[in-house]
Design a protein around this ligand. Sequence first.
Ligand SMILES: [Fe+2]
Length: 404
Amino acid sequence: MNQQRPDNAAADSLLSEHGGMRRFSLSPSPSLDAFRAICSQKATSEQYPLAACIKDNVPIYSLAPFSSTTSDQRSALQDEWYRVLLHGPGVFVTQGLYPDTELIDRVNRVFYVIIQKEKQAATTHGDHFAGAGKNDRIWNSFSKHGLEDPASFLRYYSNPYIGLISSAWLGPGYRVTAQVNNVKPGAMAQVCHRDYHLGFMSAERCSEFPRAMQVASQCLTLQGAVAHVDVPLEIGPTRLLPFSQTFSAGYMTYRLPEFNDFFIENYVALPLEKGDGLFFNPALFHAAGMNQSGDINRLANLLQISSAFGKPMESIDARPLVEGCWEVLQRVYKENGFSDEVRAFVAAVAEGYPFPTNLDRNPPRADDMAPVSEQDVILKCLLTSESKNGVLEALDRYRRATQL
Ligand SMILES: [Fe+2]
């Protein structure tokens, strides 16, 4: 039962080590052999006794009606899911997460209405992997669903298993967001990647985050997907690499060709049925598969559930501070350009992280996946010598764009 873990145990070893480097280095690149050893582990039903079975290293849970479970049973499930996500395979399936497939069908109709409306409005942006127009993507399907059809929204998001699973990984106070992905026949597979936060920025930007922060970031989010159609292997269920989330350098290495090759040779993919759920640690190497069917859309609602801890203690409004300081800041900038002092001030006064945002109006940029931040707006206004009114208008425009 107690398998010897190779040199992974990312959070444990990294946070207790002394004298290590602050940042990951790709030169030399982290060890593929160590990654291989991590991914060669085997999950067993002795380790995860509440799972109905383990298939291709992925524990599969057959969910009983929530009301029939005791608080002890729920607590035991949470303990097991936590172990799966932290040091185990990093991913599990929940069969029958939505046993009422009539509800899923109704929600699908809502999603298609939203997709059609957005196509007619043509103001939105597509799948950041497939490119606009190839697949259908509903950014913030959570809010759009709630506004389009409150009755089915309430039924869908009152599923108590969503709360049980979310709090198993994130504790209380989590925030649910969701995006719909409709992958059409013939759509190519995604490239292997990790997810939000560090998976939503360029490799260069990612490398600026210290190693412990890279490991810790996986504890700030839980990824989920609800199958809204049956997903046989031919329509490309998500490709998964169990245990890969425990490789501490993984946010730096998933783009490297040798790691991508290893993923292609070793991933697993499991068929799902309509209403099943798939939950995984955002640091798991994964990629949506290719839709090889001739006529079946692969429709899924992607849940992204965030920790309560991703927030500061006080609210800071940059606008009045920029208004008060703009002339002085412009003068310093004109004298010294983008000096360390100017950058430090902008970093202190404005929001440097572009999330949460409205991804329809502030979409991921092709070059580094991350949308524009408030700091980007201010730096650009310095560069273009905007007046005080100009920078304030730019900030107002940005805020309108990033909100609902
Ligand atoms: Fe992903």
